[in-house]
Design a protein. Structure first.
Length: 215
């Protein structure tokens, strides 16, 4: 499985990952427990399945079946993975789990894309689980805005396409994969950057108690 490289992140360095940014915005207290004290929350079967899918998508040679069985992934979810994974185009490994580093003042933000198609200027994001993803959710979700912001800052342009694929793992799933296209404007990304600056300031001053509404 991939290495998250926590040693390269805050508090060891002035680098915040996308997950850290989103965690802080949700709850500075939980951010403190997880990233400073190293207290990990409960890893639900759905979360484990999402991690497995992400790694299997990036490395089609990985023996995900053995990992699933050793970590108690339900047989029904294993069957879902076996069904949908071949439906996803295989990207070169170097363009999977693709990291973008963006400098913001004295800090850097590390944003990891599930997939990048550089010649097509296209971002790929994959989701699994029973949380409903639809166009409205895609239009406002901060993780997707963060990905477009990082792409814009890194390459100086908006992506031509930003694809979100959702694998619905509920027993009521109507089809194996739901696909949506994400759009953001430069104005939205500039506004989002100001919120990122506010989050970084909160981390700098050690505010791990007071939660603000960032989005």
């Amino acid at each position: 499985m991939r290495d998250y490289k926590k040693q390269d992140l805050y508090p060891n360095t002035n680098v915040l990952s996308g997950s850290m940014i989103l965690d802080y915005a949700r709850s500075p207290q939980d951010f403190h427990f997880k990233w400073l004290l190293g207290i990990e929350g409960y890893r639900s079967p759905a979360l484990i399945f999402g991690i497995v899918f992400s790694d299997a998508y990036a490395d089609r040679d990985w023996d995900y079946l053995t990992y699933c069985k050793e970590n108690g992934v339900a047989p029904r979810l294993i069957a879902v993975l076996q069904k949908v994974l071949p439906l996803f185009p295989v990207l070169p490994k170097k363009f999977c789990e693709y990291e973008l580093f963006v400098k913001l003042g004295k800090w850097k933000v590390r944003v990891t894309l599930d997939g990048l198609l550089p010649k097509q200027d296209t971002i790929v994001e994959n989701k699994t689980g029973q949380m409903v993803w639809n166009q409205t959710v895609c239009d406002y979700h901060p993780q997707l805005t963060l990905q477009q912001w990082a792409f814009w800052k890194k390459f100086g342009k908006l992506p031509k396409d930003h694809i979100l694929n959702w694998v619905d793992t509920s027993t009521q799933a109507t089809k194996p994969i739901h696909t949506f296209h994400v759009k953001r404007t430069i104005g939205q990304l500039k506004e989002f950057e100001q919120k990122l600056i506010e989050i970084i300031k909160g981390v700098e001053v050690g505010n791990f108690t007071v939660r603000r509404q960032y989005w």
